[in-house]
Design a protein around this ligand. Structure first.
Ligand SMILES: Nc1nc2c(ncn2[C@@H]2O[C@H](COP(=O)(O)OP(=O)(O)OP(=O)(O)O)[C@@H](O)[C@H]2O)c(=O)[nH]1
Ligand SMILES: [Mg+2]
Length: 338
């Protein structure tokens, strides 16, 4: 069993999406307890937009920083986001404790990096969750599109290492991958949110936590018709269309493919392993869950060792103040203030 904690606008929207009832799962709920019943999620934000969420039960939402942020968010002020979370950590933790009547095996803390509430709040709450529950806390972090402005990018560069240091493993999905292909930011948000909820619907959370322990990673998901298909074709399609970090910037160490469906239709394991080794320099592992007769294959991927994504955020700090020439400095020293 896993539990979700969403922080800031992005984190809350994604937790909300987990609670969306899809018609198929409510059909299955006649046979098995519905996914929603087992789902444990809390959304924490400094913005009133939290009251506009569609699916997350109201008692699972926490508005923090009423007096400092006045319900308008922090305006990408990370130090303010941190301060608010520190001041109201008990309010946030109480909501988490109330929702999690049983101790979960893994926590997923979800936030967009670059804004103030998520970037400032994650280190504070992740640390508390780890201490209190003593289970792995995995981060799911969304990265900003370049079009959102330099301030967001700088915030990522500045706070990246701190945020990552407070979780047991971190998954990154970058909005910039989709916007640089011409998608608008709204579509990018929707696609990445669906990737996360779909991936989690087929992945074992304990396995994910083990796989990414101490690492930086990304995830992908796709659903294809379950016709005869080579593993190499599946992997190359996934890498081309459904992975949301720039693979040219990183040196992955391992690719783990999770296949759920009628796996008798899939072939070519050895060739696929060779192909990935040559293309990415990464090892490949496969796990499958056989669902005989299923018309679709649900495919998930975990790519670990994407540490270099931070490199493109390491923007130089403000240019050093221009030094005055020594002659001018002497001259200024001579002019005594009035
Ligand atoms: N993938 C995805 N990214 C999102 C979504 N919503 C926001 N983001 C991204 O998350 C980053 C941070 O934005 P927010 O979550 O709105 O920021 P915040 O944590 O609320 O911080 P403040 O509003 O500044 O206090 C931005 O780069 C957004 O593009 C979403 O639904 N999906
Ligand atoms: Mg916000």
């Amino acid at each position: 069993m896993f539990s979700l904690v969403g922080i800031g606008g992005a984190g809350c929207k994604i937790v909300d999406a987990f609670y969306k009832k899809d018609p198929l799962s409510s059909l299955f709920s006649l046979l098995a307890p519905s996914k929603q019943e087992k789902l444990k999620g809390v959304g924490i934000d400094t913005s009133e937009t939290i009251s506009g969420l569609k699916h997350l039960p109201v008692e699972n939402r926490v508005l923090i920083g009423r007096s400092r942020a006045k319900g308008h968010g922090t305006g990408a002020d990370v130090e303010l986001g941190r301060k608010i979370m520190e001041e109201e950590i008990e309010l946030a933790m109480n909501a988490v404790r109330k929702v999690n009547t049983e101790k979960p095996e893994v926590f997923f803390v979800i936030a967009g990096l670059g804004g103030g509430t998520g970037t400032g709040g994650v280190p504070v709450i992740a640390e508390r969750l780890r201490k209190y529950y003593r289970v792995p806390v995995v981060g799911i972090f969304l990265l900003p599109s370049r079009g959102e402005g330099l301030h967001y990018i700088k915030n990522v560069g500045r706070y990246f290492h701190e945020v990552v240091s407070k979780v047991d493993g971190a998954l990154f999905l970058d909005n910039n991958v989709l916007t640089s292909r011409g998608e608008d930011i709204g579509r990018s948000h929707a696609t990445i949110t669906a990737t996360i909820t779909n991936f989690m619907s087929i992945a074992d959370p304990v396995l994910v936590a083990k796989e990414v322990e101490g690492k930086k990673a990304t995830i992908g998901f796709m659903r294809i018709k379950g016709e005869h298909m080579s593993l190499k074709d599946i992997i190359s399609r996934m890498l081309r269309d459904h992975i949301y970090i720039n693979l040219d910037e990183v040196k992955p160490e391992k690719v783990h493919l999770l296949i759920n469906g009628d796996v008798r239709n899939v072939y070519g394991e050895g060739f696929a392993m060779e192909w990935v080794k040559n293309k990415l320099g990464a090892e490949v592992r496969f796990s499958s869950q056989e669902v005989i007769g299923s018309k679709h294959l649900n495919i998930g991927m975990i790519i670990t060792g994407v540490d270099d994504i931070i490199k493109s955020y390491e923007v130089k700090e403000e240019k050093e103040e221009k030094r005055l020439s020594p002659e001018l400095e002497d001259l200024l020293e001579d002019i005594s203030p009035l």
